[in-house]
Design a protein around this ligand. Sequence first.
Ligand SMILES: Nc1ncnc2c1ncn2[C@@H]1O[C@H](COP(=O)(O)OP(=O)(O)O)[C@@H](O)[C@H]1O
Ligand SMILES: [Mg+2]
Length: 236
Amino acid sequence: MKGRTTVTAGELTGLQVEGLRYRLGERVLLDGVGLAVGPGESVAVTGPSGCGKSTLLRCVLGLTEPDSGTVRVDGRELTGLREDEVTRLRGQRIGVVPQFGELLPELTPVENVALPVLLSGGDHRAAYKRAAELLTEVGAPGEGTPVGALSEGARQRVAVARALIAGPDILLADEPTGALGPETREDVADLLFAVARERGCALLVATHDLSVAARADRTLRLRNGMLTDVPEEVAA
Ligand SMILES: Nc1ncnc2c1ncn2[C@@H]1O[C@H](COP(=O)(O)OP(=O)(O)O)[C@@H](O)[C@H]1O
Ligand SMILES: [Mg+2]
């Protein structure tokens, strides 16, 4: 699977979060949060603005250190690794689709998508080739137009392509449709879930957009620092 030679029986894959606690001043944002997302599975975390969804994703990415608890990426415990090891693991295994794309507006789509590989010292030609293929796959332009001149929907497609460039096992999306208009929103949500499913990625989406959450295999609600299952009929 994706360049790795052996996967031994029983090896943990995907994402496992256990007992995550994170306090911000007086507020306990995460109060023993646990969740698992297997390969090809999708989980949506909903909840009102400010409840801690982005904090949870940052903990999963190793950008915020929780007070306690563990995060495992493909069986490797992220919490407790050295910073350079976390950076490497994140770069190889996790793709991130942020709310505003966070692309470099003056660069073309191909340059934006290839950039993570270039920055980590990967082969330039291979990176540009792969970037162009991914952009075709997600239905975004590649060359010619700087990203800053694209429509919001096209920019978010480019962001999805960029999240896929390293062949990640885990995809994290933080309000991936939050900056989009109603029509583009549906298209980008469809795309995100489709690319994750096709590649067998574990997809974790933080969203307060219920139509995005409805596409996930499971929807969880973050409230008072705890995750609870949202029944399917409510999530839909
Ligand atoms: N770096 C920070 N400094 C101070 N407060 C923060 C910081 N990051 C997040 N917060 C606060 O933590 C809470 C949770 O934020 P966040 O995880 O972004 O929630 P959500 O993504 O669900 O909207 C909010 O009340 C926010 O104001
Ligand atoms: Mg947020």
